[in-house]
Design a protein around this ligand. Structure first.
Ligand code: SF4
Ligand code: SF4
Length: 385
């Protein structure tokens, strides 16, 4: 007698997936060419063919606990080789986005980030909050900061105001990130119980940090080799900008507590300024190369609005940051303050909604990579090196 297998399927999930980046999913006829082409898949339960099958069947519970979605680095070698044009690389990307939405809290933010109308609302929140803060600070002086010389951004919105505005959403994002990643790892544990082939936690974390910094997985890409450079530039650029922002924050508060330190605007040759400028140009170059490659490959590689919002948000964060400096030095007050306002809105979107938007991949991917080492899932991958 043949045994029966119960399969939990969700057709709404399939429809949502096809609407948001996996339009050609149904073309797949399970030939497995993609799995053979993938440079990153392990021998045991390889990807992405099985994900194509689970996605076609709407087996979302399996997919939300699927570590392999995050071991894929979006090189698109599989999409290039697929004889049916089912775009498995895009399907993997769309599945990652669905996973972010599934674990995010509140889910409404993730859903909003997928639609044009929702994004208008997400942007309106910081636009109104920041505009109100500027009005509260400057209404009495008749917005004198616009004509005061030299241009000082803190005259428009002092750092204390920015801290009050940004700290609650950032703390909320940190809390949500913790909650989302805890639930995600719980799901991974169910689907991939740890084996005795796994590493201890500390070496697994250390190995993952080395892998991320060296971009070892990106280097194995066949089709899209330049991603190694572009993604690395963007990642290092944003790490540099993160350090710069925190250094400025620390300098400000040291100054407030009476220490004799330089505060903004920092001179051009101050180490923090140099780090900020070098990082901004690295991030800009990385984003430019990513967009250029995406546009060049638009026949095979299609991005959803969720993806474009992430790239666009990072692009405008960096560009407005650079322009703030250009307009300040060039003494164009109106342009400078308007650009600074847009920059603050962009930074708010990036930070406050990080766990619910595509930016969340910087949490999920390392978590999956650490768990891959911890559970022993990565052993086959290293054998393939
Ligand atoms: S996605 Fe394409 S290559 Fe992969 S199994 Fe389906 S048809 Fe074959
Ligand atoms: S996009 Fe690249 S890493 Fe991801 S499944 Fe396809 S071939 Fe593998």
């Amino acid at each position: 007698m043949t045994g029966r297998v119960a399969v939990n399927t969700d057709l709404n999930f399939v429809q949502g997936l096809m609407l948001h980046g996996a339009a050609d999913l149904k073309k797949c006829y399970q030939c497995s060419t993609c799995t053979v082409a993938c440079p990153l898949t392990p021998n045991d339960q390889p990807f992405p063919r099985k994900e194509m099958l689970w996605a076609q069947w709407g087996m979302k519970d399996k997919l939300f606990r699927d570590m392999d979605l995050w071991l894929c680095h979006n090189c698109n070698d599989c999409t290039d080789q697929c004889p049916r044009g089912a775009k498995p690389g895009e399907v993997m990307s769309a599945l990652r986005n669905q996973t972010i939405e599934h674990y995010s809290y509140p889910q409404a933010i993730s859903k909003a980030a997928k639609s044009a109308r929702g994004n208008v609302v997400l942007f309106l929140i910081p636009m109104v909050l920041i505009a109100l803060a500027i009005a509260m600070k400057n209404i009495e002086s008749g917005f004198a900061f616009l004509t005061a010389k030299p241009i000082v951004y803190a005259n428009m919105l002092p750092v204390n105001f920015i801290d009050i505005l940004f700290l609650p959403p950032v703390l909320f994002a940190v809390f949500n990130s913790y909650k989302a990643i805890s639930n995600f790892i719980g799901g991974l544990k169910e689907q991939y119980p740890p084996t005795d082939r796994g590493e201890n936690l500390l070496p697994a974390v250390k190995g993952t940090i080395q892998d991320v910094l060296s971009h070892i997985e990106f280097k194995k890409c066949g089709t899209n080799k330049s991603r190694n450079i572009s993604h690395r530039l963007m990642m290092y650029g944003f790490i540099g900008l993160f350090i710069t922002t925190n250094a400025v924050f620390v300098l400000h508060w040291l100054n407030e507590f009476g220490f004799d330190v330089q505060v903004t605007p920092l001179p051009f040759f101050h180490p923090v300024k140099i780090l900020g400028n070098v990082s901004a140009f690295a991030a800009f170059a990385g984003i430019y190369l990513i967009v250029r490659d995406r546009v060049k490959n638009s026949g095979t590689s299609i991005l959803s609005l969720f993806d474009w919002m992430f790239i666009g948000n990072m692009f405008f964060t960096v560009v407005t940051g650079i322009l703030c400096q250009v307009f300040r030095v060039g003494d164009h007050a109106n342009l400078a303050f308007l650009t600074y306002y847009i920059h603050l809105v962009m930074v708010f979107y990036l930070l406050a909604y990080a766990p619910q938007t595509k930016f969340g991949h910087i949490l999920y991917r390392p978590a999956a990579m650490i768990y891959s080492r911890y559970s022993g899932r990565n052993i086959d991958i290293f054998r393939n090196l």
